[in-house]
Design a protein around this ligand. Structure first.
Ligand code: ADP
Length: 168
């Protein structure tokens, strides 16, 4: 059976913390689909196509295992997460855990998702200590105020945000 993972989030922008989860996902999945959430009520800093392109480009540069190289695709989605995961043919749902707040929320979500889609197995990836403080929200705020985000994001993201005028 192909182990196809689905890693959903907003990725506005993808950070080094998200990348840790993708890296870990590649050790357990044959294929990984990163689901880039679209919220019609929010104006993103980066359009969904740009977020997807960045994710795929950055993932391509990750070192691959020699035995069975996994592929990473990024797709925009809106609506119910488990429905999208099913449509994508995913059997693994990947989520990162940074702290107790993530844990409490994710455990609730996992229970609800398992009730709706029992075949979808959730796998939690603990955040790496070096990157667990990173959130996309703070990265956006720092970038908007002209701060240096390069310690928190891949280089391609820092470049993309430097050339993007964010909505105020
Ligand atoms: P953010 O909260 O940074 O805006 P998302 O809401 O898009 O990110 O989160 C998508 C997934 O990425 C979630 O499972 C979240 O726990 C995980 N994640 C976000 N930041 C990190 C991090 N620094 N380390 C590990 N996982 C993370």
């Amino acid at each position: 059976m192909v182990r196809r993972g689905f890693f959903p989030g907003s990725f506005d922008p993808i950070t080094n913390g998200h990348l840790d989860v993708i890296r870990a996902g590649l050790t357990v999945c044959d294929e990984l689909i990163v689901g880039v959430g679209q919220n019609p009520n929010k104006t993103p800093t980066l359009p969904v196509e740009v977020r997807c392109a960045l994710i795929e480009r950055i993932a391509r540069e990750l070192p691959q295992g020699t035995e069975r190289p996994a592929t990473v695709r990024a797709v925009g989605f809106s609506g119910l997460l488990v429905k999208t995961a099913r449509e994508m043919g995913a059997n693994i749902l990947l989520r990162g855990l940074r702290d107790g707040a993530d844990f409490d929320y994710e455990m609730q979500m996992t229970g609800m998702n398992a009730a709706m889609e029992p075949e979808l197995e959730t796998i939690f990836v603990p955040a790496r200590p070096a990157n667990r403080h990173i959130t996309a929200t703070l990265v956006r705020q720092i970038a908007q105020m002209g701060g240096d985000i390069s310690p928190f994001v891949p280089q391609a993201v820092a470049q993309a945000l430097a050339t993007t005028k964010s909505p105020s």
